[in-house]
Design a protein around this ligand. Structure first.
Ligand SMILES: Nc1nc2c(ncn2[C@@H]2O[C@H](COP(=O)(O)OP(=O)(O)OP(=O)(O)O)[C@@H](O)[C@H]2O)c(=O)[nH]1
Ligand SMILES: [Mg+2]
Length: 443
């Protein structure tokens, strides 16, 4: 099928092969909005409105839309050399479609070098070939070719029972959920289905990390058997290309406030002879890295706060009228404290930058901290506060230098006072430049 897309400003026509062709075609990159429209094309309401004639959406016009079949359910399966099991999976799905009278399509996003695509095609699945490797990319690519209002994702290694599709769809159809996750932990993991390293360490640890960083209570964040609506998928805006896609989906759903429901499922061993694609350590690390890079409170705000409080305490303690544990703190510990405070202050700002950046790119919503900044802090106020802090330190340092000159260069300024002055100057300058940087991010 060919869709004709005409952009107003360019008066150009693009023929996008919707079937089999790549919407990630680099030619189209400058017209990413076209890419998004393709997503919208599979939105039923949009089609009802525009198909059969010229339609317009913002500044984009669609020509004739012919031969477009909209399915109720699209089952998307990524495959990398799964010739031993793909056939069974497709047949199971077709049986479910028939038994439950579901108007469904099966899309196989394939990067195999074996007979997987031929088998899938023979059985009537739609095979698309992602132009890049990766589990996440295969889903992005496969889903961009899916027309269903409901999308089901599952592996091709026959480790999930596609007979459970209706159970996963139920909460979506009832309007109780936006994302339904098959949970192996609430269900059953059969013997030999999951290596113990994944079952008892990797999965629980990564799931715990997601739950702690997102204040959630998901039992199995890495189950690959899920169902969601097209609309929820568009809202999640997933970008990762590797195995961490599984984490990204849960995290985005949580930050976007989508309703997640878990359904117990059984996890079966892979077919004998088929090769796993998951690498325990490199993929585990990709997940962990992604989870923490998305959690500025844990990555920056918490360590930044600890460092700055510790630093400030060290600085203040040398002026305290008492000794703690009989330790005499002097200028040396103060220098360490000052460096900690400066470092901590900067790390706190990095957390704020990360949050503002994610908000700007619609990856998270405002929290207490960013809302406060948005309401009460402006570039001018930031610069003014920074300059006041800087000037306080500068004037104090000048006063110390003045005393030194007046003493005929005899009495060097007291080291701790000098450190205090310079610390204030540095904190002030940090405030000025960080405020400027916030404005750069915020645009
Ligand atoms: N198209 C495509 N599919 C992939 C790629 N990597 C993995 N897959 C498929 O994604 C699904 C999940 O991969 P699996 O290797 O089963 O990963 P897993 O289920 O997390 O782990 P194990 O089954 O324990 O190995 C399978 O159907 C794979 O064939 C890829 O780079 N491209
Ligand atoms: Mg698997």
């Amino acid at each position: 099928m060919v869709i004709e897309v005409k952009l107003d400003d360019e008066e150009q026509k693009f023929f996008l092969p919707f079937n089999g062709g790549s919407i990630y075609n680099p030619m189209l990159l400058p017209y990413l909005q076209v890419d998004r429209r393709i997503g919208l094309l599979s939105n039923k309401r949009f089609l009802e409105q525009f198909s059969g004639g010229m339609g317009s959406f913002n500044n984009t016009h669609f020509g004739e839309i012919n031969d477009l079949h909209i399915s109720e359910v699209s089952v998307v399966i990524p495959t990398k050399n799964e010739e031993k099991s793909i056939g069974t999976c497709i047949e199971k799905i077709q049986k479910v479609f028939e038994q439950y009278n579901i108007d469904g399509e099966i899309i196989v996003a394939d990067n195999s070098t074996d007979r997987t695509p031929e088998i899938a095609k023979e059985l009537g699945a739609k095979v698309v070939v992602p132009d890049k490797m990766g589990y996440g990319y295969a889903y992005q690519y496969g889903i961009s070719h899916a027309s269903g209002h409901y999308i089901v994702m599952g592996d091709a290694d026959n480790t999930y029972d596609f007979g459970d599709i209706p159970r996963l769809l139920e909460p979506l159809k009832n309007g109780e959920a936006d994302l339904v996750m098959g949970s192996r932990l609430k269900g059953k993991i059969l013997k030999g289905a999951m290596p113990w390293l994944h079952q008892y360490i990797g999965n629980p640890m990564l799931t715990l990390c997601v739950n702690i960083t997102h204040n959630s209570n998901i039992s199995d964040c890495h189950s690959g058997f899920r169902a969601f609506t097209r609309e929820s998928y568009d809202r999640m805006g997933l970008k990762t290309t590797g195995m961490e896609y599984a984490s990204e989906m849960v995290m985005r759903a949580l930050t976007k406030g989508l309703r997640i429901v878990e359904k117990p499922i059984t996890y079966y061993p892979r077919v004998v002879g088929s090769e796993p694609n998951l690498n325990s350590f490199s993929d585990g690390w990709r997940h962990l890295k992604f989870i923490f890079l998305e959690a500025p409170n844990f990555l920056f705000i918490l360590p930044g706060a600890i460092l700055s409080i510790l630093g400030m305490m060290l600085v203040l303690m040398i002026w305290a009228p008492f000794n703690i544990w009989d330790v005499n703190l002097g200028p040396h510990s103060m220098a360490v404290g000052s460096l900690f405070a400066i470092m901590g202050y900067q790390v706190l700002f990095l957390g704020l930058f990360a949050k503002l950046y994610s908000i700007k790119h619609d990856l998270r919503s405002h929290d207490y901290m960013t809302r406060f900044i948005e309401r009460h802090v402006s570039l001018e106020r930031g610069i003014t506060a920074g300059m006041i802090i800087f000037l306080a330190g500068f004037i104090f340092a000048l006063y110390l230098a003045w005393n030194w000159v007046n003493s005929g260069f005899m009495h060097l300024p007291v080291l701790d006072q000098y450190i205090a002055g310079i610390t204030l100057m540095v904190l002030g300058l940090q405030t000025v430049f960080n405020s400027l940087f916030i404005s750069v991010i915020d645009g």
